[in-house]
Design a protein around this ligand. Structure first.
Ligand SMILES: Cc1ncc(COP(=O)(O)O)c(C=O)c1O
Length: 394
């Protein structure tokens, strides 16, 4: 049993999860704020750019790109989204909890033993190879059920999917063996760059050829989707029956003015100052003393580190916002704490709010800025934020 100190009016003895929650909320550590109105705006912007018949299949894998799968799914449903895509079965089951009527697609390879759960929860999965399809079909026949699937066609991504040239033959074989109902066909672009249209052009050509052969031979019209954010933003003609946006709906990658719609980030990551110390010139800061002060200054220690997903590559390179000003990260980012040079001309105190990602005053720092410094992509920055960090939705 855990008895928290008399602070903030919570003197009750707590046990289990309640004690953990109390500790999480009262210790200095970073938290996340998510603006659900911005999510709704982003979905509306995308929706307005699409034809009415094209579904948005919102990609909410990896904990909705770090935004929190449950609340994001629930609010996306309220904003009119009817399809969701995830990587794994456990994610699909979480989506189902928050979107009882939605269609859900698992974009990874499910196993035959997953079939009863897939059917019970009305979840569609993809078939990634002929052998995968055969195993699923065989298990479905044994259970005397029919499993709805989409056939993934590898048109040049070189990842999951049946080879485009063999897609029609594999479709025919899987479609006639019993146990599967192939309702959809999908693929994924490796590159969509306005400067290199031929790369995605080759892929769409292969997809369209495979679709023509399959639909021509089977006589049935299938549900088709290929475009993720970048393709959606540049290529109206590839929208098909559904598009699969992820990052664009989380507010990234829509800066180019020639794109079809614009979105804004909704996730802010914040923490607080733990300690401020005045130090003289020539004072070494952090592991291996990689930063030495040039003049007398104040160092603010803030509650975040690489254990929370704040990359070590931001050592001596990143910035944070305190009182609306950009302050440089100085010294090495350590596991749980980061040191920031607050200068001398400030009134920064322990307890003050620090923006690691987000906006304060007129300043902004978003995941793409952090990604550039860390030589990665905003996706990795977003999904790398501690999944246990408290997420507040407003
Ligand atoms: C198969 C597939 N479709 C769609 C997406 C969404 O991509 P984006 O976030 O670039 O829109 C992903 C993301 O990884 C994916 O793997």
């Amino acid at each position: 049993m855990f008895s928290p100190p008399l602070r903030g009016g919570s003197p009750l003895p707590l046990d289990g999860a309640a004690a953990l929650h109390y500790a999480v909320c009262t210790m200095h550590r970073s938290w996340i704020e998510i603006d659900l109105n911005t999510l709704a705006d982003n979905i509306s912007s995308a929706r307005a750019a699409l034809r009415r018949e094209t579904e948005i299949m919102f990609v909410v894998k990896a904990n909705a790109y770090g935004h929190g799968l449950g609340p994001i799914t629930q609010h996306a449903v309220e904003a009119g989204v009817r399809w969701f895509a995830v990587a794994y079965l456990h994610e699909a089951l979480m989506v189902r909890k928050h979107a009882t009527a939605a269609d859900i697609l698992i974009m990874g390879a499910v196993e035959p033993e997953d079939i009863p759960v897939l059917l019970e929860h009305r979840i569609t999965s993809i078939v990634v190879s002929e052998e995968h399809g055969q195993r699923l079909a065989e298990a479905a026949r044994e259970h005397r059920v029919v499993l709805p699937v989409h056939l993934k066609i590898d048109t040049g991504m070189g990842r999951l999917g049946v080879p485009w040239a063999d897609a029609a033959a594999i479709f025919r074989s899987l479609d006639t063996m019993g146990g599967l109902e192939i309702r959809g066909l999908c693929s994924h672009f490796a590159t969509v760059e306005p400067g290199q249209p031929e790369r995605a052009g080759v892929q769409i050509q292969r997809f369209e050829d495979a679709v023509r052969n399959i639909e021509g031979a089977s006589g049935s019209r299938l549900f088709k989707h290929i475009s993720s954010s970048r393709a959606i933003l540049y290529h109206e003609e590839w929208d098909l029956d559904a598009v699969r946006p992820g990052i664009a709906l989380y507010g990234y990658g829509t800066d180019d003015t020639s794109m079809r719609f614009k979105t804004r980030p909704l996730l802010q990551w914040k923490t607080s100052v733990i300690q401020v110390k005045s130090v003289p010139a020539g004072f070494p800061v952090g592991y291996y003393s990689t930063y030495v002060t040039r003049e007398p200054t104040d160092i603010a220690v803030i509650a975040v580190g690489y254990a929370d997903g704040y990359h070590r590559a931001l050592s001596n390179r990143g910035h944070v916002l305190i009182h609306g000003c950009r302050r440089p990260v100085v010294g090495r980012v350590s596991m749980n704490w980061v040191t920031v040079d607050a200068g001398r001309d400030h009134d920064v105190q322990a307890g003050d709010e620090v923006v690691l990602m987000g906006e304060q005053g007129r300043q902004t720092i978003w995941a793409d800025e952090l990604a550039q410094i860390c030589r990665t992509i905003p996706y990795e920055i977003l999904v790398g934020i501690d999944p246990m960090a408290v997420r507040k939705y407003e």
